[in-house]
Design a protein around this ligand. Structure first.
Ligand code: GLU
Length: 477
């Protein structure tokens, strides 16, 4: 059968829950999702958990949680009114039916070769410089060999050339003679990946299979099985590899970085989606900052490149900052909440507002926020030398801190605003100079070499805490 007539776009994301959900998988999901939403199609989530040993419920739960966090919804699931996901482990009866048919039609067969026999065959082929494929020992057995049990089920691979038109890579050809009779199931109840995918893509009427380039070599095998079972062929599109800064395949450090980790580091879901959308796809103009809605409008599979896409974390940080800028104070407060809680920081709402106004343009992620906000909650320990402006003598610094206290004394808590503080310090700054006044104040309030403006810090800390910190400074000198 040739490529099916597409009545409706139906795509799927088919993760194997065998580890944390990493950025490559998230990008595949996003491209499928954007394509479905743009085309008014259906996006299906299918958990590929046929490998019972490696598949873990907690990884599946992580995928579901992260999808919800990203705002990528899916449309169908098994059972009436029961939104998915589909799980391959719950569909074994279906695979059995297809496997039995292939066996009956002699398009697949039981293989009795032991691991040791296969390994010996492999070594012999390699020694002769030949490709190590199965030689077909059990292909035409009339009867099971005495005393042996079936080990696996193999597909009878025809020696043909397989060609398909990849949406992203154009024409792709494979010589199936090189595959040998590959294994499609351990037994009728335990299909392997390539077989279960073919059955599911058919049963779920998938129109387009969009997945990472690492699956390219699986595609001809899947097409061969579709042909053997008389199933229509979906349209394939293989997304480019994700590369690191040196254009090598993304190192483990990033490739296996889970999305969870990015969430914990304080990235916004919208920024992550924006960043991943640009990993291989280019809009038709220079714009780089997109909301998810805009991505749906602009996304176009024909603008996905085949060359590898470089993962640049600096760009992600930049995009996060751009997305952060667009949030309201309320939205930032909501995102910030878990980060502050984790650090046991509990600002009242007035202080939180002040902090957000002060930090929102300085920080790139929420974890940076909770780190730089720390000084508002507890004064770090610092050496007394930090208080001295340039080479001012200690005595002058001490005098200055006392003057600062005096200037602040008449202000009420209510008047202790940036403007009120500035007015109170105006004379002192005019006579002593900016650096002499503001440096010791900043050092005493923050205990750090670099920090926000001292007037901002003082106004957020309030009068009582400001005076307490000046007192600590005095005692240090
Ligand atoms: N389960 C496969 C994986 O996690 C994806 C299979 C597919 O998209 O066809 O890599």
């Amino acid at each position: 059968m040739t490529a099916k007539h597409i009545e409706k776009v139906r795509v799927r994301f088919a993760p194997s829950p065998t580890g944390h959900w990493h950025v490559g998988g998230v990008r595949t999901t996003l491209f499928n999702w954007l394509f479905a939403r743009k085309q008014g199609g259906v996006f299906i989530l299918r958990i590929e958990d046929t490998d019972a040993e490696r598949s873990k419920k907690e990884y599946e739960a992580e995928i579901l949680e992260m999808l919800a966090w990203l705002g990528l919804d899916y449309d169908e699931g098994p059972g009436k009114g029961n939104l998915g996901p589909y799980r391959q482990s719950e569909r074994t009866a279906l695979y059995e039916k297809y496997l039995a048919k292939l066996l009956e039609e002699h398009r697949a067969y039981y293989c009795y070769c032991s691991k040791e026999e296969l390994e010996a065959e492999r070594q012999a082929l390699l020694a002769q410089g030949m490709p190590a494929k199965y030689g077909g020992h059990c292909r035409n057995l009339k009867n099971p060999p005495a005393g042996k049990k079936p080990e696996v089920i193999r597909f009878k691979t025809p020696e043909v050339e397989i060609e398909f038109k990849d949406l992203i890579r154009g024409k792709v050809k494979f010589d199936a003679a090189l595959f040998g009779d590959f294994v499609i199931a351990k037994d009728v109840h335990s299909p392997l990946y390539n077989f279960a995918v073919v059955v599911d893509d058919h049963e779920m009427q998938i129109s387009h299979v969009i997945r990472g380039e690492e699956h390219l070599s699986n595609t001809p095998k899947q097409i061969l099985m579709q042909k053997a079972m008389g199933l229509a062929e979906p349209i394939y599109g293989h997304l480019p590899l994700i590369l690191d800064g040196e254009r090598k395949k993304l190192s483990k450090r990033y490739a296996e970085t889970s999305l969870l980790e990015y969430r914990e580091r304080g990235f916004l879901p919208g920024a992550i989606l924006n960043f991943l959308a640009l990993l291989g796809w280019h809009p038709s103009h220079d714009k780089e900052v997109f909301t998810l809605k805009e991505l749906i409008q602009e996304f176009d599979l024909s603008r996905v490149q085949k060359a590898g896409a470089v993962f640049n974390e600096k760009k992600l940080l930049w995009l996060n900052r751009e997305h952060l800028r667009k949030l309201s104070e309320e939205e930032i407060a909501k995102f910030l909440d878990p980060f502050l809680k984790k650090k046991n920081l509990t600002p009242n709402s007035e202080m939180l507002r002040g902090l957000i106004r002060l930090e929102r343009d300085r920080i790139r992620t929420f974890s940076e926020f909770s780190e730089s906000a720390g000084l508002f909650f507890s004064l770090p320990d610092y050496p007394s030398s930090l208080l001295n402006w340039k080479d001012s003598p200690k005595e002058e610094t001490k005098q200055m801190i006392s003057s600062l206290k005096e200037c602040f004394a008449p202000l009420t808590e209510k008047k202790f605003t940036r403007e009120g503080i500035m007015a109170a310090l105006r004379n002192l700054i005019e006579t002593k100079g900016k650096g002499n006044v503001l440096w010791p104040l900043r050092a005493a309030l923050s205990g750090q070499m670099a920090s926000p403006d001292p007037l901002d810090i003082a106004s957020i800390l309030g009068k009582t805490e400001t005076l307490r910190r000046l007192e600590i400074a005095l005692k240090k000198i």
